[in-house]
Design a protein around this ligand. Structure first.
Ligand code: GDP
Length: 366
């Protein structure tokens, strides 16, 4: 395999070094299970909460493993833990970062995170990387990412739990954010790959959503970006260095023009488009200044509180829906009825609406 074999399709033939990238095949993280078992056995939720609140990294990692677990017993312990640390959650600035594979997300987070740590911030980096339902592989699952940042005493990096569905990933990430905040992290960077639905989920759990772009990435990608761009609070064209500087600047102007047509209400925040080089660090401080400006304005307008409140509600609804589904499928009689209804609906003998009503009636009787 040549080194180009792992480059995505949109890398232009003349793209040069600036487009160097790779996609790493991932796999399910089943190894976590054993660790949860021992964590739950050794420490109860109150002790774990106490240690997390004292800033103990090992306890934090265990707490996260607990919220990632799918076992019902762990779920109860996780809920108890979350309730115990609840008063100390919510205190961080939550920044979401998305971009296609190869846009430079991990290089950018390494540069920004290291700078923030130097400035005295405590930075947690989380990834939302739902594994492909087809291959089970993950796109962010590269163990060598953000090496420098991971060694900084103020930083905490937690790779995504893979092998779970989108809804589960969202819940676990929200809970992980809360645990990191309880442990004293005042900045949480949530990274996600901009190739599917995960960026919409992440937009729903952060205070500011940043889209990292690259110049000359091709029509296919531009199409993909359209939906994402509308979610962005801030756009950054990365890799503005060397031969690529002029192209990055031209892309910045293109995106600014495109955004002009999406302009929101009078007086509202207009997402700016910036350029930076995550590799040289140029422009990264400016990106952070813009994030802070956005947050300041959102706080002054009251938008910050509204957004957080809406996100709490979304979280509540997602939890209720997840619980209902679990409740429903835990009953063998309901499962059997569901299988029968599915068979009839697929065969065309029962209309879907009537099938749904029949199943709901069965659940209501329970
Ligand atoms: P991710 O997949 O979005 O996390 O992208 P990476 O951070 O892994 O970066 C993909 C490739 O682009 C790597 O080879 C990086 O070294 C390179 N890269 C990232 N940022 C820059 C940049 O600002 N300038 C240049 N020239 N290359 C960069």
């Amino acid at each position: 395999m040549t080194s180009n074999a792992s480059q995505p399709d949109w890398v232009p033939p003349e793209g040069g070094e600036g487009f160097a990238t790779r996609i790493v095949a991932g796999g399910p993280a089943s190894a976590a299970r054993g660790r949860v078992r021992s964590a739950a056995r050794e420490l109860g939720a109150p002790e774990l909460a106490k240690r997390i609140l004292a800033g103990d990294r090992v306890a934090l990692a265990r707490g996260i493993t607990l919220v990632e677990s799918r076992s019902a017993a762990h779920r109860l312990a996780a809920e108890e833990l979350l309730a115990l640390v609840n008063d100390r959650a919510g205190g961080s600035l939550r920044l979401g970062i998305t971009g296609v594979p190869g846009a430079g997300k991990s290089t950018f987070i390494e540069a920004l995170g290291s700078q923030l740590c130097e400035d005295g911030w405590h930075v947690a980096v989380l990834s939302v990387d739902p594994s492909s339902p087809v291959t089970g592989g993950s796109i962010l699952g590269d163990k060598t990412r953000m090496e420098r940042l991971s060694r900084h005493p103020h930083a905490f990096i937690r790779p995504s739990p893979s092998g779970c569905e989108l809804g589960g990933v969202a819940r676990r990430t929200r809970e992980t954010i809360a645990l990191c905040e309880a442990a004293g992290f005042d900045t949480v960077l949530v990274e996600t790959v901009g190739v599917g639905q995960s960026e919409v989920l992440v937009r729903d759990m952060v205070d500011c959503f940043l889209v990292l772009l690259i110049a000359g990435a091709g029509d296919e990608l531009q199409g993909m970006k359209k939906g994402i761009i509308e979610l962005a609070d801030l756009l950054v064209v990365n890799k503005a260095d060397g031969d690529n500087r002029a192209r990055a600047e031209a892309a910045r102007l293109d995106f600014s023009r495109a955004l002009h047509y999406l302009a929101g209400q009078e007086g509202a925040w207009h997402p700016p488009v910036l350029t930076c080089s995550a590799q040289t660090g140029e422009g990264v401080a400016g990106v952070w200044e813009t994030v802070e400006k956005f947050i300041d304005q959102a706080r002054a307008r009251g938008d910050f509180e509204v957004r957080r409140g809406t996100q709490q509600l979304t979280w509540l609804q997602a939890q209720i829906e997840e619980g209902l589904k679990e409740l429903m499928l835990s009953d063998p009689a309901v499962r059997a009825e569901q299988a029968e209804i599915v068979r009839l609906v697929v065969a065309g003998t029962l209309p879907p609406a009537a099938g749904a009503r029949r199943l709901l009636a069965k659940i209501a009787k329970k």
